[in-house]
Design a protein around this ligand. Structure first.
Ligand code: IMP
Ligand code: MG
Length: 184
């Protein structure tokens, strides 16, 4: 499917992802028994993770989506975040679980948590597929985490570079000889 020369290193395999999803799904199923669970997926990166994770959760739940601007086509967070597409439904009185693809500086999530908290959900927690600790600028609590990764720009499994590679079912870094100068 992929041209092999585009890949530098595979960081997380399909098998590892599958196992982690099963584990997270089980935990969420236990923790949200009898609650009003709403998955709030952050478009577009979290779509693949959310679709798989939701199917590993076996209690009633609702999906909603929000889109926030972050990087545009660049690979560095600008720190400027705004809502591009808001939720369709109210979250007041709901048990909201934010589903994110990756937390890097934490600026995006920090902003999102603030906004959603002001809408008075019963509870508000965060589930992220990936976490990079090394570049954190805002303090954010991650309640459910897939994997900690080193400070590298990764793509695949929902994560993109200039809109590409979201459909690749594993997580990898791009060959610096091809993308040199564009990646930080
Ligand atoms: P933060 O505000 O720096 O935490 O940025 C979080 C957002 O930046 C994520 O939701 C991703 O869309 C994007 N992002 C951060 N690191 C990467 C990466 O390594 N690959 C692809 N997107 C990334
Ligand atoms: Mg994102």
């Amino acid at each position: 499917m992929l041209n092999n020369i585009e890949i530098d290193e595979i960081l997380i395999t399909e098998k590892q992802i599958k196992e982690k999803i099963a584990e997270l799904g089980k935990k969420i199923t236990q923790d949200y028994q009898g609650k009003n669970l709403v998955f709030v997926g952050v478009l577009r990166g979290a779509v693949i993770f959310m679709a798989d994770l939701a199917r590993a959760v076996s209690i009633p739940m609702i999906f909603d989506f929000i889109a926030i601007s972050s990087y545009g086509a660049a690979t560095e967070s600008s720190g400027v975040v705004r809502i591009l597409k808001d939720l369709d439904e109210t979250i007041e009185g709901k048990d909201v679980l934010i589903i994110e693809d990756i937390i890097d500086t934490g600026l995006t999530l920090d902003y999102l948590v603030r906004i959603l908290k002001s809408r008075k959900p019963t509870s508000l927690k965060v589930c992220a597929f990936l976490n990079k600790n090394s570049r954190r600028k805002a303090k954010v609590k991650v309640d459910y985490l897939g994997f900690d990764i080193p400070n590298k720009f990764v793509v695949g499994y929902g994560l993109d570079y200039a809109g590409k590679f979201r459909n690749i079912p594993y997580v990898f870094t791009l060959n610096p000889e091809i993308y040199q100068g564009e990646l930080k």
